[in-house]
Design a binder for this molecule. Structure first.
Ligand code: GDP
Ligand code: MG
Length: 719
């Protein structure tokens, strides 16, 4: 029996490869792994006109660089396994972008057939494509298909059979401008004459990869011929330097520009025409001319974010007040219903104060999430990524880093855990590490309550403005930290930006509510479980061990003495004793001892031991900071029936003032990420080393910053 014909489906993510694969193979398929990596390998069999065919669904990629595992897997498969025919699945509704990968296939000189997929979608959008012309210009057979219905697949397979019989598939020659072409003309003959990797790659392709600084190819050529490699690398470095000075661009970027230029020149020759103009994509383009304009774009962005804050804070106030009143009433009724003792103390100070403090912020978080959902669902967030790329590039990051930052709280509210996971879309490992280590600097949903509390207590006249400033500060610190990391532990080049701008659309109310609710519910669930547990644990740490019987007796006898004296100020004096007793109790407790021990360092930043207790609790989860401060201040409270909110207590406390507030604020924003985030960092980076690194790096940085703020603030007499 003949060996089955071997075909591979390749193309951009979402171009419909898997749909086509399923259509071809039906149930005769299985999923495995490519050796050594966690990328799915789908393989199946089918027969067509008496030919048995083996088909592979390659991972979707936008390019064939060495930056991501998927791209390496795809290109290694193509050159090592040598499929008889490669079917390039191209999304017809997104032609220009998809052909970028096609360019690289034709440069590789592999046997290629283009499946122009989703022609139904293209038609609906008013895009008409002349497939024959496209095929002629690319010198590759092109067949329109609809993978979902199987329309056109037979014609495609016939072309596959024909292509498999063709004797040769010479690589296409793209032009890259005089600088790059000049260098290629020098090095390609050298590669050819020494047969450097020519069994696997066309010489020109190897040359291009060397100019692109492709790590995998550099390693291979180095191993094969180190002398020639040295001269070629020198040539490549000289070129890089030249392009940097003349065009302010890296060779990779110039190469990418020329590929797009090649595609544009093909498409402009009457390949694509529009049948109607009232296209959503077209309208999007017009909007984008303004919204992503170099000058107006960032202004619009700042304005939109500011409106988001004003909206959130102005509209949520009344709900916050209601919730706080509700928890106040709840605490009072528990107080009157239960007898004094540890159970009552635990329910009021551990459960109601702790969880109530967190839930009280739900309205703010809900409004914030709603605003973000509007930006996300409308397609505006992708524009933010697009505009931010230039800035991000400067800091050694990538435009795609913006999503992880925003998810982590870049527009305040969010969570670093999904943020760390969202870095998976970044292709370069170093840019990815720099992003995942700096996203915890953003103001996640859990930090919001603390920020709101402190801003409310000390800077209440300009709440929205200070929240906005806190966001700007978070971005600044994250970007500087990224730059620092990229210059030290994560040194390396940046990758050029390729990202799609989805068309604008009106968000649906249902979609908005679902998004808002999902995130709010996550927050509430955390409050109900983790935070409840930690709140009770911290209550226990703050309550035990209690004072010795002698000490308690001492306070008791002082009280009795005062009562017996019948002095006119007896009541206030007893209250004073009560306060002293409560404070002595807290100091004596486990938590108090930890907090006091830490004072030796923290006093330089202006934190007293109660704040320290809360900050230590915040390691477990940032929400705990508010609840712990609540518990600490109510346990040490002079008058137990007092319902003054924590905010007012902080305002009145002699240990606190605006300078301390600012210093605490800075520390909370930037010190160690919560435990769950650290676990996520460790698992995403594949090493606990990075988990510990982020804990230490962030805490040391935050401490230095807070000490600076406190010392300078005190010097200037701003307290
Ligand atoms: P892959 O990432 O390349 O494997 O893409 P998938 O096969 O998962 O397809 C992405 C999406 O496009 C799915 O929702 C498919 O149902 C849809 N899709 C695929 N082919 C077609 C097509 O020809 N027409 C339409 N309208 N949708 C398609
Ligand atoms: Mg797929």
């Amino acid at each position: 029996m003949n060996k089955p014909l071997h075909i591979a489906l390749a193309g951009n993510p979402n171009s419909g490869k898997t749909t086509l694969f399923n259509h071809l193979t039906g149930a005769r398929q299985h999923v495995g792994n490519y050796p050594g990596v966690t990328v799915d390998k789908k393989e199946g069999f089918f027969s067509f006109h008496e030919n048995s065919i083996r088909v592979i669904d390659l991972p979707g990629t936008y390019s064939l660089t060495a930056y991501s595992v998927e791209e390496l897997v795809a290109r290694d498969y193509l050159v090592n396994e040598r499929p008889d025919v490669v079917v390039d699945v191209v999304d017809a509704s997104n032609l220009e972008r998809n052909l970028y990968l096609t360019c690289q296939f034709i440069e590789l000189g592999i046997p290629l057939v283009i499946a122009l997929n989703m022609v139904d979608v293209a038609k609906k959008r008013g895009i008409k494509i002349d497939t024959d012309k496209l095929g002629t210009l690319l010198n590759v057979p092109v067949f329109p298909v609809i993978a979902r219905s199987g329309h056109g697949v037979d014609e495609l397979l016939n072309a596959v059979l024909t292509t498999s019989l063709a004797p040769e598939h010479p690589p296409a020659l793209l032009r890259y401008g005089s600088d790059i072409d000049g260098v290629l003309r020098e090095i390609v003959p050298q590669i050819e004459s020494r047969n450097l990797l020519t069994d696997t790659y066309p010489a020109r392709w190897t040359g291009l990869k060397i100019l692109e600084n492709d790590e995998q190819i550099l390693e291979k050529v180095q191993a094969a011929d180190s002398d020639l490699t040295r001269t070629m690398v020198q040539r490549s470095e000289a070129l890089t330097h030249h392009l940097k000075t003349t065009l302010d661009a890296f060779p990779e970027a110039v190469i990418a520009d020329h590929r797009y230029g090649f595609i544009k020149s093909i498409l402009r020759q009457g390949v694509v025409s529009r049948t109607h103009d009232n296209d959503r994509l077209y309208t999007s383009d017009k909007i984008d001319k303004i919204v992503t304009n170099r000058v107006i774009g960032p202004l619009i962005m700042a304005a939109i974010l500011f409106v988001l804050y004003s909206f959130t804070f102005n509209f949520s106030t009344f709900l916050v007040a209601w919730l706080n009143a509700f928890f106040g009433v709840l605490s009072q009724s528990v107080d009157s219903m239960l007898p004094d003792g540890p159970v009552k103390s635990m329910i009021i100070s551990g459960v109601i104060d702790g969880v109530g403090g967190v839930l009280g912020f739900v309205p703010i978080i809900m409004f914030m999430f709603f605003g973000i959902a509007v930006l996300e669902d409308s397609g505006y967030l992708a524009r933010v990524a697009f505009m931010m790329d230039r800035v991000f590039h400067f800091f050694g990051l990538h435009g795609s880093s913006v999503m992880p930052f925003i998810v982590s709280g870049g527009i305040a509210g969010g969570c670093a855990v999904p943020g760390v996971m969202a870095t998976r879309t970044l292709r370069s490992p170093k840019e990815r590490m720099a992003t995942l280590l700096t996203v915890p600097f953003m103001n996640c949903g859990a930090k919001l309550p603390v920020l709101t509390l402190i801003i409310g207590a000390f800077f209440s006249s300009h709440q929205a403005r200070y929240m906005f400033l806190a966001t700007v500060a978070a971005w600044l610190v994250a970007l500087m930290a990224a730059k620092f990391l990229r210059m030290t532990v994560l040194k390396g080049e940046s990758t050029p930006f390729v990202m799609e701008l989805p068309p604008y659309r009106f968000p649906t109310m249902k979609g908005l509510f679902i998004h808002t609710w999902e995130r709010t519910w996550q927050y509430i669930k955390k409050a109900g479980t983790v935070i409840l547990g930690i709140s009770i644990l911290l209550w226990a740490m703050m309550t035990y061990p209690g004072l010795s019987p002698e000490q308690t007796a001492g306070f008791e006898s002082m009280r009795q003495e005062i009562s017996a004296s019948q002095a006119p100020d007896a009541k206030t004096r007893i209250q004073h004793i009560n306060g002293q007793e409560a404070e002595a109790k807290l100091r004596y407790s486990v938590a108090g001892r930890i907090g006091i021990a830490l004072e030796s360092v923290s006093r330089y930043a202006g934190f007293d031991w109660r704040t320290n207790i809360a900050l230590v609790g915040g390691f477990a989860a940032k929400e705990v900071i508010v609840s712990t401060l609540g518990t600490a201040y109510s346990l040490g409270e002079v008058d137990p029936g007092n319902t003054t909110s924590l905010k007012e207590r902080l305002e009145k406390d002699p240990h606190w003032n605006p300078v301390v507030g600012l210093s605490v604020l800075a520390f909370i924003m930037f010190y160690a990420p919560c435990f769950v985030t650290i676990v996520a960092i460790a698992s995403e980076s594949g090493s606990w080393k990075w988990g510990f690194f982020s804990m230490a790096f962030n805490t040391i940085f935050a401490l230095i910053l807070s000490v600076a703020i406190f010392q300078i603030g005190m010097l200037l007499g701003l307290a």
